[in-house]
Ligand binder design. Structure first.
Ligand code: GDP
Ligand code: MG
Length: 370
């Protein structure tokens, strides 16, 4: 914008002059009354004039500004496009990089078998694990002179998983048994919600269930489980020391099972995790389950398992199955650790969103997803 000053007789004159000289876009920014000598060389008389300051928008500048802005937007959207492409590439490489090279295996396996391995790999199962699982359900086909699946995909996966992954046996059916079921794991993974789902399921199956929480750290943590206990009319206790936990378990010993909720701890806070150990040592009826988010990076899952194994784990729980498409993580972890799978949770709804671990469910999610 250009700034100009004009001296005029009246505002009326100013408006007209500005219009005619600079067009309708010029604007009056300020006005000021000044005294001006009629004849500069004489001491008087003086008369009043108006000094007005006008602003004239620079048409060229304006256009340039617009253009610049437009360029910036174009640049941003180009960058966005590039980023999208890069992300696609990374995703594809993650899968393709893992994809079994056909030439490598074609001499050994039927195309059907290789196809099934790739179905697993595309969903995050590691190459070596997929190979092991599929190999375990192949037989030598003399006509093809290759290893081929003995059954269809679904049956093959069920058999392959059952040969390679362990499941927690249904301990609730044991005659006259009493179990203390504790859920350990990081904060926010879904321990409390899962306890509520399990409690409902066991109660519905005719079991006498009690609930205890040793999660007294967070405000509202006790309330959360207590609310579920009230709704389901289950006895509920809290315990903040290992001794109290033993006492509370004693109080509930007429139950078939007691579910124990714990405070989440970061697997990277060794001291906090170790605080859990004394609660759970020397409890002969204990079954401790490590709770893992199916949507957590696999490397981190191994850290969590390692850290929470201060208490001998009886099994693994995978929560948030609804929040990932890469169920391969579950298979890899169960295969590599050989810790039995206990249950999966598939959403936030209590009590519906839970599936006790079974091979059919696993086979189904891999075939449905691909
Ligand atoms: N999408 C999804 N959310 C879940 C699942 N299980 C738990 N959540 C949610 O995860 C959040 C933390 O759950 P909570 O049980 O309090 O976790 P905790 O800190 O381990 O006890 C809550 O918002 C739950 O509704 C699941 O299977 N799927
Ligand atoms: Mg909790």
């Amino acid at each position: 914008m250009k700034i100009k000053k004009l001296i005029v007789e009246s505002l009326q004159e100013a408006v007209e002059e500005v219009r005619t000289l600079y067009g309708s876009e010029a604007m009056i920014l300020s006005t000021r009354v000044i005294k001006q000598k009629l004849f500069p060389f004489l001491p008087f008389p003086k008369r009043s004039r108006l000094e007005i300051t006008i602003g004239i928008p620079d048409r060229e500048d304006f256009a340039q500004e617009l253009k610049k802005e437009e360029n910036i937007y174009q640049e941003i959207s180009r960058l966005k496009e590039n980023l999208k492409e890069v992300m696609e590439l990374v995703k594809r490489q993650k899968v393709e990089g893992q994809d079994l090279r056909r030439e490598e295996l074609e001499g050994e396996f039927s195309l059907r078998a290789i196809h099934l391995m790739n179905k697993l790999i595309n969903r995050g199962v590691s190459k070596d694990v997929a190979l092991k699982i599929v190999e375990s359900v192949c037989g030598y086909d003399f006509e093809l002179k290759r290893l081929d699946l003995k059954g269809e995909n679904y049956e093959s996966l069920i058999e392959g998983f059952s040969k390679n992954l362990k499941l927690v046996e249904d301990f609730s059916q044991e005659e006259g048994g009493f179990s203390v079921v504790a859920l350990l794991g990081p904060t926010g993974v879904g321990k409390t919600t899962t306890i509520a789902k399990l409690a409902y399921m066991y109660k519905k199956a005719g079991k006498k269930v009690g609930l205890i929480t040793i999660d007294s750290y967070r405000v509202g943590a006790i309330e959360q489980l207590k609310t579920y206990a009230n709704i389901m009319e289950l006895p509920f206790r809290t315990a903040d020391t290992p001794l109290k936990l033993r006492e509370r378990i004693g109080e509930l010993s007429s139950m078939d099972m007691v579910l124990v909720d714990t405070a989440g701890r970061s697997q990277y806070n060794e001291i906090k995790v170790k605080e859990l150990a004394p609660f759970f040592t020397k409890l002969p009826t204990l079954r401790a389950f490590i709770t893992l988010g199916a949507n957590t990076e696999e490397r981190v899952l191994y850290d969590i398992i390692e850290s929470f194994s201060i208490v001998q784990p009886s099994g693994l729980i995978f929560t948030k199955m609804d929040e990932t498409g890469y169920f391969g993580t579950v298979v890899n972890v169960a295969y590599r650790t050989q810790i039995p799978l206990y249950c999966f949770t598939t959403g936030q709804r209590v009590p519906e969103d839970i599936v006790m671990a079974n091979y059919e469910y696993l086979a189904k999610i891999f075939l449905e997803a691909s």
